[in-house]
Design a protein around this ligand. Structure first.
Ligand code: UD1
Ligand code: CA
Length: 456
């Protein structure tokens, strides 16, 4: 395609009443990213490829938060406020100022249609490039109830009839309006401004541009896109269905890129999860945002991972929790029931059982025994624990930060360590053991007698 300029308008002003939520519908997340964020990402891939292209977002409910969410992904987006909800055409006209600039293509997409893919957007623009004036993204749902019906004659689209305005006969049509539309920049503003609100809902329907364009002898067509590309989210059940579809897509993409998922349907990814080839992921693993996993790592079952950088050939879990700032160098191990937060675990270091390592660094080759805790918090402030390389921290040691433990140190099991330990030292921070010969037998006699007395 020759480089055409494109204005994309995302409609995101709706009330989203059926979500029954304190926040705007388009801010509800799929894979940790707001619905509108998914739309922005798809648009960036397909419609913002040259410097003359731009993004406009129409906001209403929760405007400030929606702006923030969009700006976090695309800092060049322009925002327009629709102060009353008078319909989709009215919403587009809120961005009249942007529409008045001359773009080759104008794309109107919905903020609540998160699974739209670059390929569908590109296909619509391709048709504009070939001479269409309007391209509507149609789809064939199992149940067309609620959608606008596409009325075609001789391969041309002549009208879109909203469900409420449709006749019995028209309601039987199952080729429906996905809601997304591409218009030639030459005719977009003129057509959308001409839309009236003489319909069942008294709204300005964007879909009415089709019959207006047809009357002017313009070239209007529908293309068919996969159903899941255009599913709209109106309630929490649909939100969960969309999450499900998104996860299925991502699992497939990840597997095709060379990652093994033993039970793919039980692994959940975030929108930005990055996994290199030859990683093995066991069942029931959850990824929150900002995770990168390098090649050769094995993530064992039931691990929960967010904000973590996982090095090559590492081993995580089963039942491990990696929190933001966890950074594992190659061949490190974090085993069962361990939590690691804001901590560097050096190459080949092991945190194998039941530990909490927070605000810390563990040098390469060090071994953290079972139940070791970094005591990083005094109720007000956080402190760091620095452990050198090849250190051995005995089981159940409490390391009270701020604390530095040198290379090659031994910390005795059960110690409470509060002071710096120099290189190669043995640190003991516990009461000395004493044995009292024969005293066990004396105690047994005594306790037996007490019990016998009670039962009398
Ligand atoms: C719309 C289409 C319908 C299509 C369906 C697909 C129209 C008239 N109808 O119906 O043909 O089958 O989508 O899902 O376009 N919005 C605003 N301001 C408004 C009204 C809506 O910003 O004044 C936004 C909403 O936030 C939403 C989008 O526009 O993101 C679509 O609006 P909605 O009311 O959900 O349209 P539908 O009735 O679903
Ligand atoms: Ca809708």
């Amino acid at each position: 395609m020759r480089s055409r300029s494109c204005l994309t308008i995302i409609l995101a002003a709706g009330e989203g009443t059926r979500m029954k939520s304190a926040i705007s519908k388009v801010l509800h997340p799929i894979a940790g990213l707001p619905l509108v964020g998914h739309v922005v990402k798809a648009v960036q891939g397909a419609c913002l490829e040259n410097e003359k292209s731009s993004l406009a977002v129409v906001v209403g409910r929760g405007a400030e938060d929606v702006k923030k969410a969009v700006a976090g992904i695309n800092d060049a987006a322009r925002f327009f406020t629709q102060s009353e909800r008078l319909g989709t055409a009215h919403a587009v006209l809120a961005a009249r100022e942007a529409l008045a600039d001359s773009y080759d293509d104008v794309l109107v997409v919905f903020g609540d249609t998160p699974l739209i893919e670059e390929t569908s957007l590109r296909a619509a623009r391709e048709k504009l490039a070939q001479g269409a004036d309007i391209v509507v993204m149609g789809f064939r749902p199992e149940n067309p109830a609620g959608y606008g019906r596409l009325i075609e004659e001789n391969g041309k689209l002549v009208a879109i009839i909203e469900e409420k305005d449709a006749s019995e006969e028209q309601r039987k049509i199952n080729f429906c309006n996905g809601g997304l539309m591409a218009l030639s920049g030459k005719v977009a503003l003129q057509l959308i401004s001409a839309v009236k609100n003489d319909n069942a809902k008294g709204e300005y329907y964007l879909t009415d541009v089709v019959k207006l364009a047809h009357a002017q002898g313009l070239n209007v067509i529908a293309i068919e896109v996969p159903v899941e590309n255009v599913i709209g989210i109106n309630n929490r059940a649909e939100l969960a269905e969309a999450e499900n579809l998104w996860q299925a897509r991502k699992r497939r993409e990840v597997m095709l890129s060379g990652v093994t998922l033993i039970a793919p349907e039980t692994v959940f990814f975030a929108h930005d999860t990055q996994i290199e080839p030859d990683v093995l992921i066991e069942p029931n693993v959850f990824f929150g945002a900002k995770v990168h996993v390098a090649s050769g790592a094995v993530i064992h079952a039931f691990s929960h991972i967010e904000g973590a950088q996982i090095g090559a050939n590492t081993s995580i879990g089963p039942f491990a929790r990696l929190r933001p700032g966890a950074k594992l160098a190659e061949k490190a191990k974090v085993g069962n029931f361990c939590e690691v937060k804001n901590a560097d675990i050096g190459a080949g270091a092991k945190v194998n059982h039941l530990s909490y390592i927070g605000d810390a660094s563990v040098g390469e080759g060090s071994n953290i025994g079972a139940g070791v805790i970094t005591c990083n918090y005094d109720g007000y402030n956080k402190f760091r624990t620095i452990i050198g390389s090849n250190a051995f921290i005995g089981s159940n040691a409490a390391l009270v930060a701020p604390l530095t433990i040198g290379n090659g140190v031994y910390v005795a099991s059960g110690s409470v360590i509060t002071d710096e330990v120099p290189e190669n030292a043995l640190a003991l921070g516990r009461a000395r053991q004493i044995n009292k010969e024969g005293r066990a037998q004396v105690l047994r006699e005594k306790y037996k007698a007490i019990k016998a007395n009670k039962n009398k």
